[in-house]
Design a protein around this ligand. Structure first.
Ligand SMILES: NC(=O)c1ccc[n+]([C@@H]2O[C@H](COP(=O)([O-])OP(=O)(O)OC[C@H]3O[C@@H](n4cnc5c(N)ncnc54)[C@H](OP(=O)(O)O)[C@@H]3O)[C@@H](O)[C@H]2O)c1
Length: 257
């Protein structure tokens, strides 16, 4: 397909690389500034434009990988009606397209992307939604060319996926950051935790997370919990977080009984 990619951030970078790898033609890259976009356009070997009026109108699909707040305003500025246009956000609904477009949808890649990491993730599930049967067919074809994992869902379902992803990925990663802080405070390396983290994730391929929960809160070991809270007394924020999450685990399994 002939694709026009809008944006030059984390998602645009990895999606651009993937689109090229899977044989799509990148007609053009659009970005309002040249700051990061020049290097990406060079990498993708496609022309770069920075004015909305210069966007190529002959694309089969326009992929908007720009920050959430900018999607609506940019759509209002487009001086033509694209054959098909999609955004890549987990939280923005279809209503953002308004009434001016005939074929539109969402191509939400459920992965964590950073343009600082050179490798595009090997597996990217795509959550898709489209405004009509015809749009859905085109979008499904595009998504399936990029990944075997394609899920059709409503805007409401996609928002729940986004919230769930914040818990599964963003919060877990923050826990790793705090874990590292504790270790470096005692001159210990974070790599000590890597086998544990790997095993935690590996197990989830075969069992539901609630079934494999371990630790003092799961066991209801109050003396250890008290000792840990005492150890954390010098850092009230961390202590509070430890206490809240432990209470959440205890309450979850109490309800399960
Ligand atoms: N990062 C992830 O892991 C991830 C995963 C799934 C979905 N998403 C979604 O994908 C989209 C892009 O996320 P990202 O992480 O790639 O963001 P990002 O790295 O922050 O990049 C944002 C892009 O938006 C452009 N932009 C900013 N203001 C603009 C405006 N007023 N008009 C047009 N473009 C504007 C930026 O241009 P400049 O270079 O000029 O600043 C930049 O190219 C978002 O909807 C996000 O929710 C992200």
């Amino acid at each position: 397909m002939k694709v026009v990619l809008l944006g030059s951030g984390n998602v645009a970078t990895h999606l651009g690389v993937l689109l090229k790898k899977k044989g799509h033609t990148l007609l053009q890259l659009f970005n309002p500034t040249r700051k990061h976009a020049t290097a990406l356009a060079r990498r993708l070997n496609c022309p770069l434009v920075t004015r909305v009026s210069a966007i190529d109108t002959t694309g089969d699909i326009y992929v908007l990988a720009i920050k959430d707040e900018a999607i609506g305003p940019l759509l209002k500025q487009l001086p033509f009606v694209p054959r098909m246009i999609v955004h890549t956000s987990g939280s923005v609904g279809l209503e953002v397209f308004g009434k001016n477009f005939s074929a539109f949808g969402v191509l939400y890649p459920l992965q964590t992307f950073s343009k600082l990491s050179p490798e595009t993730p090997a597996t990217i599930p795509f959550c898709i939604e489209a405004n009509s049967r015809k749009s859905e067919q085109l979008l499904t074809r595009m998504a399936r060319s990029l990944s075997p994992l394609v899920y059709k869902m409503t805007s409401e379902q996609r928002k729940s996926v986004h919230v769930a992803a914040v818990f599964a990925n963003n919060f877990s990663n923050h826990m790793f950051t705090l874990s590292e802080k504790i270790l470096t405070g005692k001159k210990l390396p974070f790599e000590l935790m890597l086998p544990l983290i790997e095993e935690t994730v590996e197990r989830l391929k075969h069992a539901r997370p609630a079934r494999v929960q371990t630790g003092p809160a799961r066991r209801g070991d109050l003396s250890i919990l008290r000792a840990h809270l005492d150890w954390l007394r010098g850092d009230p924020e961390l202590r509070d977080l430890y206490d809240r999450i432990s209470k959440s685990i205890i309450a979850y399994y109490r309800k399960e009984k």
